[in-house]
Ligand binder design. Structure first.
Ligand SMILES: Nc1ncnc2c1ncn2[C@@H]1O[C@H](COP(=O)(O)OP(=O)(O)OP(=O)(O)O)[C@@H](O)[C@H]1O
Ligand SMILES: [Mg+2]
Length: 337
């Protein structure tokens, strides 16, 4: 069962309010259908105003769809009491939105408090989450938001959204206001957290590199519609139209492959032909893996995790399948065929 399914979801703000008929406004979200599998990290990618926030906020009913339906774990969202729905879904808003007069620990404990958790359980959970987002509890628990950097505030925002252990996380440009270096760190941490707790995540961004680094699936949005939904490599190598092509800048496929982690194109199973000593890290990028294969003149390499355990394989064929088409096109644009 998918974690979330969107079926022909449309949102027209103020539909019919002016004249009692159609307001004539364009739809902010139009006829969107796609499914998010359990545990998947899905990025909504698109330019400002294309409807990303609107689509996301319909999932936890902060915005009501004009038509269409959204199912969360097989139930239409209107069949679930809204408090239960929101408890099940963590939400990180664009501006962190920490309460300035509360400490870090109090901020994280907001939802547990609303749920009436005993103090000891709340404190334990708060410390656990601070550890998870790499803020040592002893040092950060009692600080106020103004005593934190922007990146640290974001981490607290994420910890707060995860407090009641929701199965689903909605994250609206959580790293939008953060410098590039800290942003990369936070992306790495988020991926590490995701691997540990495997939530279903919908993550909004208009940053292509961020989308490529984080996503299992990307939904590219343009003026309210989803124009392509697929794996990052699919979007890079088979963009649905010129808009997707331009957005992803797929004419530089090597640069783009350098953003996609090996785990995204990893295949299962053992190496078919010897040389188990040649390995690539799952977190390395595909371009680096290609370099390893070429340097050792092999067709495939084992993919290992951080502890060195083999978790799959990466093949030259697969990398070429993903990239060759575009490389060929970029090199010979005027063959006239
Ligand atoms: N409450 C509202 N009332 C009327 N129109 C709205 C409302 N909220 C959003 N819109 C309009 O709906 C469209 C989509 O807005 P939305 O906030 O979903 O875009 P976005 O993709 O999240 O953009 P950004 O990247 O700038 O955050 C925009 O044209 C916006 O002006
Ligand atoms: Mg937005």
């Amino acid at each position: 069962m998918p974690a979330i399914s969107f079926t022909e979801v449309t949102k027209v703000f103020d539909a019919g309010k002016n004249t009692g008929t159609d307001s004539g406004r364009p739809a902010a979200v139009r006829d969107v259908s796609f499914e998010v599998e359990q545990g998947q990290f899905v990025v909504l990618l698109g330019p400002s105003g294309c409807g990303k926030t609107t689509l996301m906020r319909m999932v936890n009913r902060l915005i009501e769809p004009t038509s269409g339906s959204i199912d969360v774990e097989g139930r239409e969202i209107h069949d679930i009491p809204v408090t239960e729905l929101r408890r099940h879904i963590g939400y990180v808003i664009q501006q962190v939105g920490l309460f300035p007069h509360m400490t870090v620990a109090q901020n994280i404990a907001v939802v547990p408090k609303l749920l009436g958790w005993p103090k000891s359980r709340t404190e334990q959970r708060t410390d656990e989450l601070l550890d998870l987002v790499a803020l040592p509890p002893a040092e950060y628990r009692k600080r106020f938001p103004r005593q934190l950097s922007g990146g640290q505030q974001q981490r607290v925002g994420i910890a707060r959204a995860m407090a009641a252990d929701p199965a689903i996380m909605l994250m609206d440009e959580p790293f939008g206001a953060i410098d590039a270096i800290t942003r990369t760190d936070l992306q790495d941490e988020l991926l590490a957290i995701q691997r540990k707790v495997s939530k279903t995540v919908i993550f909004v961004t208009h940053d292509v590199e961020e989308a490529l680094r984080l996503a299992d699936r990307i939904a590219v949005m343009r003026t309210g519609t989803v124009v392509q939904y697929g794996r990052p490599v699919d979007l890079l190598t088979h963009p649905a139209d010129d808009f997707v092509r331009a957005l992803l800048g797929t004419n530089d496929v090597f640069r783009q492959l350098s953003l996609v982690p090996v785990r995204a194109i990893m295949e299962s199973g053992q190496l078919s032909a010897g040389k188990p000593d040649i390995t690539v890290q799952a977190d390395q990028n595909v371009r680096a893996a290609l370099a390893v294969l070429i340097a050792h003149d092999v067709q495939e390499a084992a993919v290992v995790d951080k502890s060195g355990k083999t978790i799959g394989r990466v093949t030259l064929q697969r990398i070429l399948d993903e990239g060759a088409h575009e490389v060929a096109e970029a090199r010979a644009p005027d063959t006239g065929t």
